[in-house]
Design a protein around this ligand. Structure first.
Ligand code: ATP
Ligand code: MG
Length: 316
């Protein structure tokens, strides 16, 4: 089986219990929950029984332990998560606003994950990797951008594949060099997994069909568009495969895109048809939105099969 590797932030998420406008008065918080887009992604890959690992860093503290133990228990190779003395594990405090948007206080760039490096553990993991997944959210410092570019070079050189979920926060687009880094990763990705406006990040075209056509002429083998409650589509040069979402109540959208992407990439690497891979990925996304907590909604293959059985005929 192919080994999937990702690089990026491991952090804890601490959530406000009630909705509101931020953190200007004392409120009830719940957490820490293991989190970080690449961490959620790789946890979902592991739960499907695929060999996988993450290159990251934490501090020698309980927040780091919460994450590492969780990933390890689910089957992720954690040998390339460095524990950095004198550094603190990344964190995000989040509060939902009344309109459902999220308001964050992040400690990522200044945390242990700001000091990730291609040390021996990371180099070994890259040698074992058949596939590298990159999250736009992980491009939070020059250091990690350089590292991700090097990792892409190594994996591609030995015939491996790359997937890219732009998953970028708006304020990150203004970082110096960010645009160029994104374009480089995009141009090296075999699968591109945008949602919403992210489809147009690299295109002249401003409309879906033309944007897809443009992307497929630039070396990308496949585009997977995540459409939230509308499901998802897969495009390659032979056309579109669209699969509707499952009808579920949205409790917490955090992690849906990451779980979806992990499930899609895993089944794609196993050679499953785009339609079946989308069905599994939609089930994975739907299960993720149905539970509170960023990594609480990751699923095993058996849980996905069972969910699909129970929801037959009641697609959204
Ligand atoms: P994220 O907010 O995690 O970055 P995203 O924007 O990358 O998410 P979405 O399209 O929101 O991705 O969600 C990914 C997938 O999860 C969807 O394609 C769909 O399969 C499933 N999903 C998301 N929201 C819902 C929903 N409300 N009902 C059913 N399925 C959903
Ligand atoms: Mg997303």
């Amino acid at each position: 089986m192919k080994k999937i590797v990702t690089i990026g932030e491991v952090l804890v998420e601490i959530m406000a219990e009630e909705r509101g406008n931020g953190f200007l008065e004392p409120i009830t918080l719940v957490g820490p929950f293991p989190s970080g887009a690449p961490a959620i992604f790789i946890d979902q890959v592991a739960k499907l029984g695929q060999p996988c690992g993450i290159i990251s860093a934490v501090g020698p503290d309980d927040f780091g332990t919460v994450n590492v133990e969780r990933l390890k228990a689910d089957g992720v190779d954690v040998s390339a998560i460095a524990v950095i003395p004198d550094a603190v594990t990344g964190s995000a405090f989040v509060r939902y606003r009344e309109d459902g948007n999220r308001n964050f206080i992040f400690n990522i760039r200044q945390s242990a994950c700001g000091q990730v490096s291609l040390d021996q553990g990371a180099e070994k993991m890259l040698r074992e990797a058949d596939h590298l997944h990159v999250m736009g959210s992980s491009l939070f410092s020059d250091n990690i951008v350089t590292l991700i570019r090097a990792a892409i070079g190594q994996v591609k050189e030995k015939g491996g594949t790359v997937s890219f979920d732009p998953n970028i926060r708006k304020e990150m687009l203004d970082f110096p060099g960010m645009r160029e880094a994104l374009v480089h990763i995009f141009e090296n990705a075999d699968i591109f997994l945008p949602s919403g406006e992210e489809l147009f990040l690299f295109t002249e075209a401003k409309e879906e069909e033309a944007a897809i056509a443009e992307i497929l002429t630039r070396g990308t083998k496949a585009v997977v568009i995540k459409r939230g409650a509308e499901g998802a589509s897969y495009f390659d040069t032979s056309g579109e495969t669209r699969v509707p979402a499952f009808a579920v109540e949205e409790i917490d959208p955090t992690g849906a895109g990451d779980s979806f992407g992990a499930t899609f990439v895993t089944f794609w690497l196993r050679g499953v048809s785009p339609e079946d891979a989308l069905l599994m990925a939609n089930a994975s996304g739907a299960r993720a939105v149905g539970v509170k907590g960023p990594m609480s909604g990751t699923s095993t293959g058996a849980e996905l099969q069972d969910f699909i059985e129970r929801h037959k005929g009641i697609r959204a």
